[in-house]
Design a protein around this ligand. Structure first.
Ligand SMILES: Cc1cc2nc3c(=O)[nH]c(=O)nc-3n(C[C@H](O)[C@H](O)[C@H](O)COP(=O)(O)OP(=O)(O)OC[C@H]3O[C@@H](n4cnc5c(N)ncnc54)[C@H](O)[C@@H]3O)c2cc1C
Length: 400
């Protein structure tokens, strides 16, 4: 009987796992393994772009690509993982409970914003974590034009001044003016616990964030946190009130809760500890990749972050190594010592940095050109033909 690799999730980690597993089987002329992806949609949802407008366009179909390389696809959402019996329970497209059996499992179910229990957040705050939420925010922004003119209508509060908060906020003045008119008196305010604009990102990049905030008109409320949200705004930890019809929550991402069903060590974000081959430690038949994996990215103590940059490379390694285990060939240890960031700063441009200390290498329009290239080309799925898909899925291709 054919062996079965089940990949749960069709994001960056899952898609690249499936491609790299089929690649290695092809190289070894081995066609006795089923590689199946289980996910709610046969599409790659391009999460790094969800702070942009037109969120409904930010998903790329991958059904043809999977057909081209012989990956089977099951449309459904996994609910249970029985490690002893090697069974995954899922809800299929018709809403029925089903079961899928595996020999080897690759968990690639990503992460989610875990909203805090701060009063009003669940009811009134928006976010840009999943495509549905980004579409909901967009519909809300467009509806503002039908509300009576007021400062609250023209004000957006972004809770959290990290990567997502900064990209969302600096893009917002342009988005709001497109909706409310060029002359609209707009306020975009980031609320952050830190004491320096962009301080959590590192000193060199923080200077650029401050410059871009100034130019785009984004304000920061520092040393503060949002303690309550209501229909008309937020209350801050120091008692101050900001009237705003739009509040966007950006902090508190956690690994998919399916990780909790695997008896293994997890980090404070819920990610499974994996070895250099991305096998979950203590679970020889389970690999974890992308945002659910806590993986050392070099030998000097750094670990992969919950980023697309890491998820793509982790995916290529996890798929390759699960296939290598079945084939009995040498796995390829995961290593990604180069760390870069490319932070979109709205109309100012973007800032590109290298190194864990984020040394600034490109700014403004030069940075923006790179960001556009990354966001519209590099992170998209390869063409739906075997040759290009497998060439792109090689875990040893150099990392830019
Ligand atoms: C607004 C925003 C901006 C970002 N910007 C950047 C950036 O500039 N650079 C960067 O590197 N990273 C960025 N990221 C992070 C990046 O998007 C994630 O790290 C990346 O998407 C992780 O890939 P993944 O495959 O692990 O998870 P995901 O992309 O989340 O994919 C998870 C997959 O699992 C599926 N899934 C989930 N639950 C189940 C289930 N129960 N059953 C079956 N399938 C399931 C989902 O449908 C999806 O197919 C950003 C994220 C956000 C939200």
């Amino acid at each position: 009987m054919k062996q079965r690799i089940l990949v749960i999730g069709a994001g960056f980690g899952g898609m690249w796992s499936a491609l790299s597993a089929t690649r290695l089987f092809d190289i070894h002329g081995h066609n006795d393994v089923d590689v199946t992806v289980l996910a709610p949609q046969a599409e790659l949802r391009v999460r790094p772009r969800f702070y942009e407008p037109n969120a409904h366009q930010l998903a790329a179909p991958i059904g043809e690509l999977f057909d081209a390389v012989g990956v089977k696809f099951i449309k459904g959402a996994a609910e249970t993982i029985d490690v002893e019996q090697k069974r995954v329970g899922y809800i299929d497209a018709q809403g029925e409970k089903q079961v899928c059996i595996y020999d080897k499992l690759v968990l690639a179910t990503g992460s989610r914003l875990a909203l805090p229990d701060t009063p009003g957040v669940a009811e009134y705050a928006f976010d840009v974590d999943q495509i549905e939420q980004a579409i909901r925010l967009e519909a809300h922004l467009k509806s503002l034009v039908n509300q009576p003119q007021s400062q609250a209508r023209n004000t957006v509060v972004v809770a959290g001044g990290g990567f997502t908060g900064i990209e969302t906020a600096t893009e917002m003045p342009t988005r709001l003016r497109d909706i409310l008119g060029e002359g609209a008196d707009i306020d975009v305010i980031i609320v952050d616990r830190g004491d320096k604009v962009g301080g959590s990102m590192g000193p060199e990049i923080a200077e650029k964030i401050a410059e871009a905030s100034e130019e785009t008109g984004v304000k920061w409320q520092l040393k503060a946190s949002v303690v309550a949200v209501d229909e008309n705004g937020v209350t801050l930890s120091d008692g101050r009130r900001i009237d705003a019809k739009t509040v966007i929550w950006t902090t508190g991402v956690r690994a998919s809760s399916l990780t909790e069903q695997i008896p293994a060590e997890r980090d404070h974000l819920g990610r499974l500890h994996v070895d250099a081959h991305l096998q979950v430690i203590g679970q020889p038949d389970i690999f974890a990749t992308g945002d659910v994996a806590y993986a050392a990215s070099d030998d000097i103590g750094n670990h992969a972050l919950m980023t697309c940059q890491h998820a793509i490379v982790l995916g290529r390694h996890a798929g390759n190594n699960v296939a290598a285990q079945i084939l009995g060939v040498d796995p390829t240890p995961y290593s990604q010592p180069k760390y870069v960031t490319c932070l979109d700063l709205g109309a100012w441009g973007a800032v590109y940095t290298e190194g864990w200390d984020r040394q600034v290498k490109l700014t403004r329009q030069e940075g923006k050109s790179l960001k556009t290239q990354i966001n519209t080309v590099w992170i998209y799925p390869p063409a739906a033909d075997r040759k290009s898909a497998w060439a792109a899925a090689d875990p040893l291709i150099p990392i830019a």
